[in-house]
Design a protein. Structure first.
Length: 102
């Protein structure tokens, strides 16, 4: 097992700045001369509160080719499955066809 590069003073400084987040850990990393990820890992292993950065919201999912073909089928009043071959057409062409039908 390797010796920790973190002194008791460093851990005390981390505890005094708790709860930690990515920005605070980055500042501490600069102060300690260590990588930011190392500071985050030490905080977690020492039981110091760390607030995870929120993930960005997902983009709205665009309709699939099958969805567009279904919309075309409804627009021309076709039976289910009659236009399944259109799924192989380019999305741009399918969207143009649908917009011209509407």
């Amino acid at each position: 097992m390797s010796k920790s590069v973190y002194t008791d003073q460093m851990v005390a400084t981390m505890r005094s700045r708790a709860p930690l987040n990515a920005e605070i850990c980055s500042e501490l990393a600069t102060e300690f001369g260590l990588p930011s990820r190392s500071v985050i890992a030490k905080a977690k292993s020492a039981g110091i509160d760390y607030i995870v950065k929120a993930k960005p919201a997902r983009k709205k999912q665009a309709p699939s080719k099958a969805d567009v073909v279904d919309a075309i089928a409804k627009a021309v009043d076709a039976d289910d499955g009659q236009l399944d071959g259109l799924v192989k057409a380019p999305m741009v062409a399918l969207c143009a066809l649908l917009s011209n039908l509407s």
